[in-house]
Design a protein around this ligand. Sequence first.
Ligand code: PLP
Length: 445
Amino acid sequence: MQTQACQALDRAHHLHPFTDFKALGEEGCRVITHAEGVYIHDSEGHRILDGMAGLWCVNLGYGRRELVEAAAAQMAELPYYNTFFKTTHPPVARLAEKLCDLAPDHVNHVFFTGSGSEANDTVLRMVRRYWALQGKPEKQWVIGRENGYHGSTVAGMSLGGMAPMHDQGGPCVPGITHVRQPYWFGEGRDQSPEAFGRACAAALEERILELGEDNVAAFIAEPVQGAGGAIMPPASYWPAVKAVLAKYDILLVADEVICGFGRLGAWFGSQHFGLEPDLMPIAKGLSSGYLPIGGVLVGDRVADTLIEAGGEFFHGFTYSGHPTCAAVALKNLELLEAEGIVERVRDDLGPYLAERWAELGDHPLVGEARSLGLMGALELVDPATGERFDKALSAGNLCRDICFTTGLVMRSVGDTMIISPPLVITRDEIDELVRLARQALDETA
Ligand code: PLP
């Protein structure tokens, strides 16, 4: 199909996610036609390095025949069957076993969903049911973080702390509140990172006491905030938060939708930070984005209670444990494991990216260059003052658009530029990524 014909159809009929429909209608979309390795290709013949792995998900890179074949074989055998009403099938049983094998020792069960948002809806219902079964139905409040992201369903966006999302489409789910995020560059530079990390944990404790310690069910957070701007917490943050949650017997939900499956150089971000979450929502890298699938890894404390209490959990999705998606996810995990990709991120690619990415810190437009594993961020600042731009200038969007035309997908969150490339990226491709990022910074300045 010709580029213009595709754009015209799209403009006429397609409402895109997280998009200004009017502005897009005027500009038209770039048409992506195929992809291989870490590169996507558009209909005009451009090859673009995908510095975002799609939407933080194509961990294994594009064009993996093994995943295509796993999908085709499963589709031929049993394309769909549900897991309601006392039925199961081999791919979902095998995937459940594999996930529990990879997860921390205290995790031995998984509830499947179709996406990360559905996983977080599941979390909300599960934690409240857990406390009801424990004879503490008053434990209802869930605390999330400002600028956290947990999805776009009503429960997902309510758990997330993105104010513009809360402002649209009616009230949020009641019983959810948000505390400050451990975003040192944006909100904490009047103190050391370590003091700021402790202050954020203290703010959590203060909120728990305001709500009443007997009324708080769970705290939900991404090990590293992704969509909020690749925000790596100060080293003091997670140990202090863990201590607060233990003190008041509050469940920890670590949203692993981005951090899971190798992004930070461990199978789960929780393992990198030494967390033992009660619940871990997963999606994205679970199938490297080849098919939609998500789930919640459920720790023994919660799973044992739900199982032993008996009685139906009135919750589930048509595509919970979809056999074709499960077969692809299983193959994806087997490949990540067989090729030692998580270890390579930890021992080689993550440290190499850290070294190369840090070099961008000398650019006059960059106030901070940070990375962890294969996730990185650049904080854009006004070269004249070294301070953050007035939001209206939108340097981030300009930089993102320049990147795209020069051949790199880098995303902007306000004036924070972020990357999260496929985990199969090579050192040479990291060099290319850094070179293209610098070129875009030069052209933005
Ligand atoms: N949780 C986190 C941390 C995410 O980053 C996302 C999506 O970006 C979600 C949940 C929602 O996942 P999905 O878009 O698959 O519903």
